[in-house]
Design a protein around this ligand. Structure first.
Ligand SMILES: [Fe+2]
Ligand SMILES: [Fe+2]
Length: 236
């Protein structure tokens, strides 16, 4: 049984990663549009965007398999990536459903501009960026995602710290129960933060880098084979 409060403290005590220019530009843009602190509206947009890199990597691997199905190392690598990205996408989609459920239960009135139109523009741009980045260097794409996931983990854990009232609110939601039983909404958001840590650790593992935080579940990964998106590593 994971002690969610202890994991939250571990996140808040751990310094954030040293974010690169691409990550800092995206965070800056999001803060400019949606404000610095995490809100339900901002979390909704982040979760809409969160699946896009995984989708881009999955599409890329299926395209590679059409060409390289006779190469055992490439097949093994692509299968590991697609298996991970499918699971991660589903998990990110559950986060989106949970945020939407929370908005509904708290009577949040969605805006056409901030909750629908702007996210759709962001999706178009981010989809193009993600497809191009993984064509250029899949390792760079994984590393950038690790930075996003580290940021998301810290943001969710800080969100719970900033809203102690969440620990007084019991959960009554079929959507939330899909992933387990949670006593309060505080624990739901802590659990989402922990999922983001797992996404970060797996993204680092696929770069061939060690985890930067305690993994709550086994880390998957492996270094890209030679020839994958400009990489020159050995088959893994
Ligand atoms: Fe997420
Ligand atoms: Fe994530």
């Amino acid at each position: 049984m994971v002690d969610l409060r202890r994991e939250q403290q571990a996140t808040l005590a751990r310094p954030r990663m040293q974010y690169g220019l691409k990550a800092r530009l995206l965070f800056w843009g999001m803060d400019l549009l949606y404000g610095k602190p995490l809100t339900l509206r901002k979390a909704q947009v982040l979760e809409i965007l969160a699946r896009i890199p995984y989708q881009a990597w999955e599409i890329r691997q299926y395209l590679r398999l059409t060409r390289l199905y006779e190469d055992a190392a490439s097949v093994a690598w692509s299968r590991r990536v697609t298996s991970w990205t499918r699971a991660a996408q589903d998990n990110e989609f559950w986060h989106l459903l949970v945020i939407d459920e929370r908005m509904r239960q708290t009577g949040f009135r969605k805006s056409w501009l901030w909750d629908r139109w702007l996210p759709r523009v962001a999706v178009c741009k981010y989809r193009l960026f993600s497809r191009l980045l993984c064509l250029f260097s899949i390792r760079s794409a994984f590393h950038l995602n690790a930075e996003f996931e580290d940021h998301a983990e810290h943001e969710y854990m800080q969100f719970v710290a900033d809203h102690p009232e969440l620990d007084e609110e019991p959960v009554d939601s079929a959507v939330v129960r899909e992933q387990g039983q949670f006593a309060t909404w505080g624990d739901v958001f802590r659990s989402i933060g922990l999922d983001e840590r797992e996404h970060m650790n797996n993204s680092l593992a696929f770069c061939g880098l060690p985890s930067v935080a305690g993994a709550a579940s086994p880390v998957v990964g492996g270094t890209p084979p030679a020839g994958e998106a400009g990489e020159s590593g050995t088959a893994g």
